[in-house]
Design a protein around this ligand. Structure first.
Ligand code: SER
Length: 339
């Protein structure tokens, strides 16, 4: 069968996939193939050339894929998030690590077979950090990519390790083989802050209190926030997250000084989010019911990150600060959604 150049999106039915498929389809410059255990919503399915329902752990499925398609760009979004992963650490390791290894190997094969590097976009996370205590978190300020790399969650360990696996494939793969095999996978990772979408709600994450609070208020539902009011971690509006993935994917390889980049937009405390939600939805019934164990995870994540490398190397510049995220994106879009 004729091999067709495509972009492959795994975990496509998740939150990032939603915005990414919409953007890629809008540009119309690539054929889109998606892979997810869950079906896409019908309005997204219409935008893709082929939707494959299956698991990234199914190597036979990936083998068939290699024969049929010429993939030169991958967005590997499939993962179990941080809260879910603490309940099922072995499943998390299988999906988050073994799944990523399968995809990297798939990308390597693709690159070897069509002779061009496969650009491999990997969403990592602020969960890759592990601050030892709140004093250290307060003192640390904007954390650089190579600091505090001692995550205390299964998900964080998975993400950090896969960042290293990606770098290994990109720079050192089979380094003792007679021929040079590294460089077939052009691995590029973004350490995302908590992402807030107006059109989807996350599931199984630990930064979920922010989107949950906003979506509950918009629907007139009460919300008990599981994080302390003073909890501070970085967040970003989903459109900026999607734009960042596309910008890093398009960046000339020679401009990239690293394989993993922080990005940030705003970092309100939980009660600052509450205030802004109350202004938008004056009837909002928000209370606090702190989950000490999930709080422990949040306290181990940085209050802010240093994203100067992303700004310098590939021109990262978020469109939405906190106010604009609410006024220009979240509130109008969410109001529309729950009308
Ligand atoms: N938002 C994710 C989570 O909370 C972190 O990447 O698990």
């Amino acid at each position: 069968m004729l091999r067709k150049p495509v972009v492959l999106i795994t975990g496509a039915s998740g939150e990032i996939g939603h915005g990414l498929i919409t953007s890629l389809a809008g540009r119309g410059d690539r054929r889109i193939v998606t892979l997810d255990v869950k079906a896409l919503e019908p309005e997204l399915a219409r935008l893709v050339d082929q939707e494959i329902i299956g698991s990234i752990l199914d190597t036979a499925l990936l083998e068939r894929f290699i024969a049929e398609y010429e993939v030169d760009l991958i967005f590997h979004l499939a993962a179990l998030l941080s809260t879910r992963s603490e309940f099922t650490p072995i499943a998390a390791h299988q999906v988050n690590v073994e799944g990523t290894l399968h995809l990297l190997e798939f990308a390597q094969r693709q690159g070897e077979s069509h002779g061009r590097p496969v650009v491999f976009l990997y969403p990592s996370s602020i969960a890759a950090y592990g601050l030892p205590n709140l004093e250290a978190k307060d003192r640390a300020g904007k954390v650089g990519e190579d600091e505090f790399n001692a995550p205390s969650t299964m998900y964080g360990c998975n993400k950090l390790y896969c960042e290293h696996l990606g770098r290994y494939y990109a720079r050192h793969y089979k380094r003792l083989a007679p021929e040079i095999l590294a460089g077939k996978v052009d691995f590029r990772a973004i350490r995302f802050p908590g992402l807030i979408s107006a059109v989807t709600v996350p599931s199984g994450g630990t930064s979920d209190y922010a989107p949950e609070m906003i979506h509950a208020a918009a629907q007139g539902k009460p919300y008990a926030c599981f994080a302390r009011p003073d909890t501070r971690i970085p967040f970003m509006a989903m459109p900026d997250g999607v734009t960042a993935l596309l910008a890093l994917a398009a960046a000339p390889h020679g401009r990239l000084s690293r394989t993993v980049y922080n990005i940030s937009a705003f970092n309100p405390s939980a009660n600052e989010i509450e205030s802004i939600v109350r202004l938008a939805f004056p009837g909002a019934a928000i209370s606090y019911q702190i989950d000490a164990r999930r709080q422990g995870i949040l306290d181990s994540w940085p209050a802010d990150v240093d994203d100067s490398a992303a700004r310098h190397d590939w021109g990262f510049a978020p469109e939405y600060d906190l106010q604009r995220a609410f006024d220009g994106y979240l509130i109008p879009t969410i109001r529309q959604r729950y009308r």
